[in-house]
Design a protein around this ligand. Structure first.
Ligand code: ATP
Ligand code: MG
Ligand code: MG
Length: 351
């Protein structure tokens, strides 16, 4: 097949489409938002609602392979057009189903030996007090679905905070605050034959719930826990019959790796792989879903870091090019809203 369909129109889709183009594929973007930075670098764009099954079916028919860059693509319409997507969609939508619901995701990880932070489902205002009682404080209340970049989360220092919170209409989960020494993610690619490769795990730091920086090599605390985290991630991938790039986020703690969440897709903490690895996460995702041989995931430089350009950070980004260590990526978003990921820079010191 030669046309790759991508559900979702953001920067992850844009970088996927750029990797696909290098391998001679054309991409067709499907997204509900008229302004799509992925569509700008792709051959075709269908702008339609996630629930428009007629448009979805036409899109699927026009593509040889279909994947997603957005983890909140509703699963029901995909199931509804089943036949049109048969043997085309990778990874399998069951990965979406799990990752779209924090409760399901934590239970699923536990089934495979993962240890999430202590957690408890919260249903009513009263339920939050009960959850705090069970799990303890401090903690974080999170919506089970639709959250990203720390949105839909409330930090709770003690039980009194619970009174001040108006619970959202959606299902939420309360989890204990993890005392971690570092955060890291395991990013793997799994091919159609089950072959699984891992990129090095960078050390990730967040500001205001948004990834700010990923760096390599990671601290010793992370290095000591990566094997256990990888073993879990690959059990999860195998159980899902996963094809493509999968990310699992972890906290490195005194008691070993604590599972935070998974993303059934390429991940912001893997952007460094464009310049810093033999094969980027984007290219290997394309290779996997197209049934091509996977490329080496080896890190090719001794040290690097990736910093996100968020909101106004991107205004003067071209000035960063004066630094020979800077590899600047701008996503072409027109409006630099606060907290919006506008681009990133991978810093690789010259030898
Ligand atoms: P993403 O953009 O990665 O999908 P998200 O909105 O799903 O983010 P989380 O990954 O749940 O949010 O949380 C964002 C960040 O908040 C984490 O990377 C971590 O720094 C902090 N955090 C979340 N949950 C906990 C916890 N239980 N204990 C300590 N810190 C936490
Ligand atoms: Mg998340
Ligand atoms: Mg996260």
């Amino acid at each position: 097949g030669s046309t790759i369909g991508i559900l979702g129109g953001g920067q992850l889709g844009r970088m996927m489409a750029m990797a696909a183009a290098q391998l001679g594929y054309r991409c067709h973007i499907y997204a509900p938002d008229r302004e799509s930075v992925a569509a700008e670098v792709s051959a075709e764009f269908t702008c339609a609602a996630w629930t428009d099954t007629a448009a979805l079916a036409r899109f699927a028919d026009a593509c040889d392979v279909v994947t997603f860059e957005f983890e909140n693509v509703p699963v029901a319409p995909l199931a509804e057009i089943g036949a049109a997507l048969e043997n085309k969609l990778a990874p399998h939508p069951r990965a979406l189903e799990i990752a779209q619901d924090r409760l399901r995701e934590k239970n699923f990880a536990q089934e495979f030996g993962g240890r999430p932070a202590p957690f408890c489902a919260v249903d009513a205002a009263d339920g939050l007090h009960a959850a705090i009682e069970r799990v303890g404080a401090p903690g974080i209340l999170k919506t089970c679905s639709d959250g990203y970049d720390g949105k839909g989360q409330w930090r709770i220092a003690d039980a009194r905070d619970a009174d001040a919170i108006r619970l959202p209409q959606q299902q939420t989960v309360y989890e204990g605050l993890v005392r971690f020494s570092a955060e890291f993610s395991v990013i793997l690619v799994r091919g159609q034959d089950g072959e699984t490769r891992f990129w090095d795990s960078s050390e990730n730091s967040h500001e205001d719930g948004i990834l700010a920086r990923s760096s390599l090599p990671a601290s010793d605390a992370i290095a000591a826990q990566v094997d256990e985290a990888r073993a879990l991630a690959s059990r999860i991938a195998a159980a899902l019959g996963y094809v493509g790039v999968l990310t699992c986020e972890f906290f490195a703690t005194e008691d070993g790796p604590v599972f935070n969440e998974m993303a059934p897709r390429v991940h912001n903490s893997g952007h460094w792989s464009i310049e810093g690895a033999a094969t980027s996460q984007f290219e290997n995702h394309i290779r996997a879903i197209c049934g091509l041989p996977l490329g080496s995931t080896a890190t090719t430089v001794p040290a690097l870091s990736m910093t996100n350009l968020i909101g106004d950070d991107a205004l003067d980004a071209h000035a960063l090019l004066q630094d020979e260590a800077a590899h600047v990526h701008l996503y072409g978003k027109r409006e630099a809203r606060e907290g919006r990921k506008m681009g990133h820079v991978t810093w690789i010191p010259l030898a």
